[in-house]
Ligand binder design. Structure first.
Ligand SMILES: *[C@@H]1O[C@H](CO)[C@@H](O)[C@H](O)[C@H]1NC(C)=O
Ligand SMILES: *[C@@H]1O[C@H](CO)[C@@H](O)[C@H](O)[C@H]1NC(C)=O
Ligand SMILES: *[C@@H]1O[C@H](CO)[C@@H](O)[C@H](O)[C@H]1NC(C)=O
Ligand SMILES: *[C@@H]1O[C@H](CO)[C@@H](O)[C@H](O)[C@H]1NC(C)=O
Ligand SMILES: *[C@@H]1O[C@H](CO)[C@@H](O)[C@H](O)[C@H]1NC(C)=O
Ligand SMILES: *[C@@H]1O[C@H](CO)[C@@H](O)[C@H](O)[C@H]1NC(C)=O
Length: 681
């Protein structure tokens, strides 16, 4: 039996010995596994921390998918609402590029496509922070190959792009004399940089410090190229050329003006001119943001620019023992704490390790290792560093302040690995990427516009003895990439690419492999629209009501229909409406639609945790209001209530102004309704 299977494996190259996708999804997601089963690529590796964090990051992705009903899904940044988000959607665009780069690996294209529609649609808010949204959308296309979902954004992308080029903005814009973009560090989502601290004379740095930065200019470079590439897809050659030229201009100006040959690094120059700092002077130190040009493939492959990479792993510079510092210990105000909430330290970028910039850095390093041959040959940085830094980044996800659980937060002390901010808003913060760094970096699926599948792992063969990434949907095909240094893990030695279950190419070592692949339509996107979503707490309809208020507040009632679903057990990030402990009587949660609304099925999310005395209810019913009476729906197919997963219910289509979920909490246990999502079609 065993031998038979091995023979089959050898001839068909799959399924790989010992690799069980169903088991992996079940192990990591329990009752919520069905949400992930058809949606995520499955990954395993000898680097167990990278594997564990890979699945954790999918749970972060899932938790931050906010269903806005007819407005589709967006990715949120914080699990809980914050004062500076766009209301009522909770949109924050600073990490949108990372959300989209994570989302491009989701086999269900709805999430990234809906998000692109929102970012460039009627509710867009493009100048909230510096952004590389057009690039993020383009990066998604490189994986799925579906032009129809992005070409419609072309006009809006140009509007957003040229909007940065206005002098009307006080926190960011374009300087005609220098032909470069400038930004306030806070608006660049990086408060307390060298520019903003030094512009204040060292006294503060939350606001101010406007500077020509490597970030905003790289973002606009990437956005210009994205617009140019999308214009090419539509056949608009003139527009494609116009934006290609814009990108070329930015590239030239960044290389001549922001490269500081003394520091051998891309650094800011001041836009602000005051008693502390002078217009066009360089800042006085290196910052990690100086690598962002490589995130977007801006720099030429030269020996001079390659020198920037000598600072990265230097322990006196960026290379902290537990993370990459955002600037160097030699800076006068390195790690000086300026801002607090109460006694808790607040976000700053004068030294702490930020997952946000670590993500940019690793994406840039993967680019360098992939297609900067001169820089790679300079031997200043290698796959060994990529693998080591990815492992180090994975380690930051384990939070000792919260019992060692997987919990990514804002920023970290690079010397200790401990989170710095740790506020109520901090847990499971989606302000960085990881999945993309595993799949396009470590595993090395290098997404292409053309009809090729190119694999070039950034994994270091001496420290990664095996990995397998399967169920990757690329240009409509099922892709798997497998590495086995000894052949002991999967029965075959070396690197193997599989396309649609068949071996397509292989190599003895972790070298580049490239195969021709025709483009085909990936599975269609299902787009059911929930009719139950209340975007803002004070939105009139739909509106939630409960049978027993007890100590519940309106926020908790809102939470059960706010389009957000997660089952993290930590009680300080509880999500939903909690009933009192059960005594045998029924309770209900009611949604008022405000007008007659058709319904026919629901997705119900119940939380359970024995130590917190939460359990699923013993039974439940669905009722609608009919001429002033509550009536059970007919032909209800009600799945058994599932803990920490989605319970499905369906019934004969019916119209009503209100609907109720009536249920009985188990004796002595509370029930928590995380979400009651109702659909009409
Ligand atoms: C894979 O795992 C699932 C779930 O644990 C199990 O039911 C199935 O039999 C396994 N398949 C193989 C081929 O071992
Ligand atoms: C920005 O606007 C200025 C002034 O109109 C113009 O000279 C420049 O070419 C524009 N730059 C870009 C990148 O559009
Ligand atoms: C680099 O920046 C430093 C600090 O502002 C400055 O002293 C130096 O002159 C700059 N180097 C060059 C070549 O401009
Ligand atoms: C990897 O293998 C390829 C052939 O499969 C060979 O050309 C190349 O030199 C090898 N590289 C290393 C670093 O061993
Ligand atoms: C229940 O919640 C606690 C935290 O309150 C957590 O430590 C524990 O792991 C949870 N149990 C389960 C089964 O999720
Ligand atoms: C039983 O529970 C219901 C719903 O929580 C509550 O309204 C009622 O007061 C409880 N009855 C007793 C006797 O505690």
């Amino acid at each position: 039996m065993h031998l038979d299977r091995l023979l089959i494996v050898t001839s068909l190259a799959g399924p790989a010995l010992g690799f069980n996708a169903t088991e992996l999804i079940q192990r990591y997601f329990g009752n919520d596994a069905p949400w992930y089963a058809d949606r995520i690529p499955v990954f395993e590796s000898s680097a167990s921390e990278i594997q564990d964090v890979y699945y954790y990051r999918w749970s972060v992705f899932r938790a931050h998918q906010r269903d806005l009903g007819a407005d589709g899904y967006i990715s949120t940044e914080f699990l809980q609402d914050v004062g500076w988000q766009t209301q009522p959607s909770a949109l924050l665009i600073d990490a949108a590029n990372m959300h989209l780069r994570e989302g491009r690996w989701c086999r269900d294209r709805r999430f990234k496509d809906d998000y692109g529609n929102f970012l460039f649609g009627a509710h867009k808010n493009p100048y909230q922070f510096s952004e590389s949204m057009a690039d993020g959308v383009w990066q998604g296309y490189l994986v799925d190959g579906v032009s129809g979902s992005i070409t419609g954004h072309l006009e809006s992308m140009q509007d957003v792009y040229t909007g940065w080029n206005t002098t009307a903005m006080s926190t960011g814009g374009y300087d005609v004399d220098k032909s470069l973009y400038w930004i306030q560090p806070l608006t660049d989502a990086t408060e307390y940089t060298i520019a903003s601290i030094d512009a204040s004379g060292g006294s503060d740095g939350f606001t101010g410090g406007n500077a020509f930065r490597p970030s905003i200019n790289s973002y606009q470079y990437a956005n210009a190229l994205a617009i140019s590439n999308i214009a090419s897809l539509t056949g608009d050659k003139a527009l494609a050329q116009e934006y290609k030229d814009k990108a070329a201009t930015i590239k030239a100006d960044v290389q001549t003006s922001l490269w500081n040959s003394t520091f051998k690094h891309f650094i800011d120059r001041y836009k602000v001119d005051n008693t502390n700092v002078k217009y066009w002077d360089f800042i006085r130190g290196r910052e990690l943001v100086g690598y962002v040009p490589w995130t977007h493939d801006l720099p030429d492959d030269t020996d001079a620019f390659a020198q920037a990479w000598t600072h990265l792993t230097d322990s006196e510079k960026f290379g902290g023992p537990h993370g990459l510092r955002t600037n160097e210990p030699s800076y006068e105000y390195y790690m000086r704490q300026y801002r607090y909430e109460g006694s808790q330290r607040e976000c700053q970028w004068n030294g702490p390790a930020w997952p946000y910039q670590t993500t940019q850095l690793l994406a840039g390093l993967a680019n360098l290792l992939d297609h900067y041959p001169k820089a790679a040959a300079a031997n200043v940085i290698s796959k060994t560093d990529y693998t080591k830094l990815l492992k180090q980044y994975a380690q930051l996800h384990y939070n000792p302040n919260r019992g060692g659980i997987l919990d990514i937060e804002e920023d970290y002390d690079a010397d200790t690995g401990l989170p710095i901010v740790g506020l109520a808003r901090s847990p499971h913060y989606f302000h960085s990427g990881f999945i993309d760094l595993v799949l396009s970096g470590l595993v090395g699926v290098r997404p292409q516009a053309g009809d090729t599948l190119e694999i070039n792992p950034a994994a270091d063969a001496s420290s990664i003895s095996y990995f397998r990434a399967a169920r990757i949907m690329y240009h409509g095909h099922e892709i798997a990439v497998q590495w086995d240094a000894t052949g002991k893990q999967y029965g075959q030695k070396g690197l193997i690419i599989e396309v649609d279950g068949k071996k397509a190419a292989s190599s003895k070592n972790l070298s580049r492999l490239s195969v021709k692949i025709n483009r085909q339509d990936p599975p269609a996107v299902a787009r059911p629209i929930a009719v139950s979503i209340q975007q803002g707490e004070d939105t009139e309809y739909p509106r939630g009501q409960v049978s027993v208020t007890g100590d519940t507040n309106t926020a908790a009632i809102h939470a059960a229909i706010d389009g957000r679903v997660w089952f993290f057990p930590e009680s300080d990030i509880a999500n939903g409406w909690d009933t009192p402990a059960g005594n045998g009587s029924e309770v209900w949660y009611q949604i008022d639609f405000g007008s007659s609304t058709k319904t026919k099925n629901a997705e119900i999310a119940f939380f359970a945790n024995a130590t917190q005395t939460f359990d699923v209810p013993s039974d439940y019913r669905i009722q609608t209001s009919q001429s002033g009476k509550w009536v059970d729906v007919s032909n209800g197919k009600l799945d058994k209530a599932l803990a920490n997963g989605i319970t499905k219910a369906s019934w004969d289509s019916v119209s009503s102004e209100s609907i109720r979920l009536v249920f009985t909490p188990k004796k002595g246990s509370k029930a928590r309704l995380v979400e009651l999502k109702v659909f009409g079609a």
